[in-house]
Design a protein around this ligand. Structure first.
Ligand code: YH5
Length: 268
């Protein structure tokens, strides 16, 4: 899953049209690099980020979703707002990626009536406060129980299991120790029998481990994505698609007997 952030901090603000054009060009670049799906977001959910209105979010993402709906690729919309979900799904998005796990009123219904897929993510606190003092007795157990409860809520609202993806929410109200425990034991989430999505790309935990600033975290991000897939993640949300795809191809060539039959590699 390639990340397309349509925010002023990601694409320099020469006005709405230029920003949408730059985001579209970036999205097509990620597809050329081998992305199987794109995650399009108009609200920064980085630690400390300020919320934006539904109207502002829509003005950022809708031109990009509309510009991409001709490409034969699944689009995910990164939002917590039901109004934004409905508009994006109406324009052809096929998945909602909600860091709030459909906890806002109407969010469950917005996804349920659409037939779209959803990614339910765990976090502790809100993006404004979540890194202040994360605390868990048992991070893996608590994340798993939270996701189990949100899966039940989604199913009760009419969202079939086949439509649900789960995500431990790396960096969302978690210390380095919590993130490492979660990655080490990611297999515990696969016991919920749903595809696991992992988002580690360029995150602070990689900066803490390597001492690298955000622009220099590509090698660490590739290593983290590979580790996540080896521990059971089925989708990795990444900025650096080509490097990640190459790493996964090497792993597949060595460890996955199906790599040839799936057309991922050729033995000549
Ligand atoms: C995720 O894990 N993450 S937004 C800080 C960074 C770099 C990247 C300091 N949305 C996830 O990517 N959706 C985000 O450098 C997500 N899973 C899902 N499903 C945070 C982010 C980032 C933050």
């Amino acid at each position: 899953m390639g990340i397309v952030n349509v925010t002023p901090d990601s694409f320099s603000d020469g006005g709405r049209h230029l920003r949408a054009d730059a985001a579209l060009e970036h999205a097509r670049h990620l597809l050329a690099e081998g992305a199987d799906m794109l995650d399009i977001g108009g609200e920064s959910s980085r630690p400390g980020a300020q919320p934006v209105s539904a109207r502002e979010e829509l003005e950022r993402i809708m031109p990009v979703i509309e510009g991409l709906c001709g490409e034969a690729v699944p689009l995910s919309v990164d939002t917590s707002k039901p109004e934004v979900m409905r508009a994006a799904l109406g324009a052809g998005a096929s998945m909602v990626n909600d860091i709030n796990a459909l906890q806002q009123p109407e969010a469950l219904a917005a996804v349920a009536v659409s037939g779209a897929a959803v990614c339910l993510m765990h976090k502790q606190g809100t993006p404004q406060t979540m890194q202040v003092q994360p605390y868990y007795h048992d991070v893996v157990g608590e994340v798993k129980e939270f996701l189990r409860a949100r899966i039940a809520a989604a199913e009760a609202a009419g969202i079939a299991r086949e439509r649900i993806v789960i995500d431990p929410g790396f960096g969302f109200g978690k210390t380095l120790a919590h993130n490492l425990a979660m990655l080490r034991d990611l297999g515990a989430l696969t016991e919920l029998n749903l595809p696991v999505l992992a988002g580690l790309s360029r995150k602070s935990m990689l900066g803490k481990i390597t001492g690298q600033e955000v622009e220099q975290r590509l090698p660490a991000s590739v290593a983290a994505a590979l580790l996540a897939v080896q521990r059971g993640a089925r989708i990795v949300r990444v900025h650096d698609v080509r490097a990640t795809v190459d790493a996964l191809k090497v792993w597949n060539a060595v460890d996955n007997e199906n790599a040839v039959s799936r057309g991922w590699i050729s033995t000549g």
